[in-house]
Design a protein. Structure first.
Ligand code: GSH
Length: 210
């Protein structure tokens, strides 16, 4: 139940300042051109409002009047349906299922590596760097297959993936010659003004665009 929270906008997002999962939702909002109130949160010390609204106290959490959503996939799909333009999912069921599955694999396999590189011990971070390089190498054919990930147009899969690619060099995973195709893919998204709008100041400084 919404308690003490007094939100200025109809749409508000509780978000960490540098979080690959929160960034995913900010990128969906930016791609849609939706204005919203950003409520910065330290995930280790969630504010009382967030504790009241979300039983997991996790970010991202989206609030729209009486609606409270958490889990980046649930929020992203809701936003894509609520703000249909531009669409971030293909129309045919097979392509939609492929994009959902790829996004779920990113949540389960890729995001934990990023989080371990950001806040794990030195040996955990090194193991995650190695695992991340393996994941990138294994997925090279998918990056070669189409302009965006598994799709000719930008989709919710790219909103999950681009925040990961953005952080890699700052986490010690260089996109060198072997991975140039992934660097090129990232650049196609990073050069979009919507991507720049999706970044917090803390995330903006993680990379310099040439
Ligand atoms: N499954 C969640 C995971 C998001 C997540 O990992 N959030 C982190 C911050 S980057 C968090 O809120 N951690 C604190 C907690 O879960 O209590 C989602 O998809 O939204």
């Amino acid at each position: 139940m919404v308690t003490s929270i007094r939100l200025r906008n109809t749409l508000s997002l509780f978000s960490a300042r540098d979080c690959v999962v929160c960034h995913r939702v900010r990128l969906v909002l930016a791609a849609k051109g939706v204005t919203y109130e950003l409520i910065p949160v330290d995930p280790g010390n969630p504010p009382e409002d967030l504790v009241d609204l979300n039983p997991y106290h996790s970010v991202p959490t989206l609030v729209e009047r009486d609606l409270v959503l958490y889990s980046a996939s649930v929020i992203s799909e809701y936003l894509d349906e609520r703000y249909p333009h531009p669409p971030l999912m293909p129309v045919d069921p097979l392509s939609r299922a492929r994009i959902r599955l790829a996004t779920q694999r990113m949540e389960q396999d890729w995001v934990p590596q990023v989080q371990s590189m950001q806040s794990g011990t030195k040996s955990q971070a090194e193991a995650s760097r190695k695992r991340m390089r393996e994941l990138l190498m294994q997925s090279l054919p998918l990056f070669k297959a189409s302009r965006f990930f598994l799709n000719p147009e930008m989709s919710l899969a790219d909103c999950a993936l681009a925040p990961i690619i953005w952080r890699l060099p700052s986490l010690g995973v260089e996109l060198n010659k072997d991975l140039k195709i992934i660097d090129d893919y990232g650049m196609r998204i990073f050069r979009n003004p919507g991507f720049m709008r999706s970044l917090t100041p803390e995330e903006k400084v993680l990379r310099e665009l040439n």
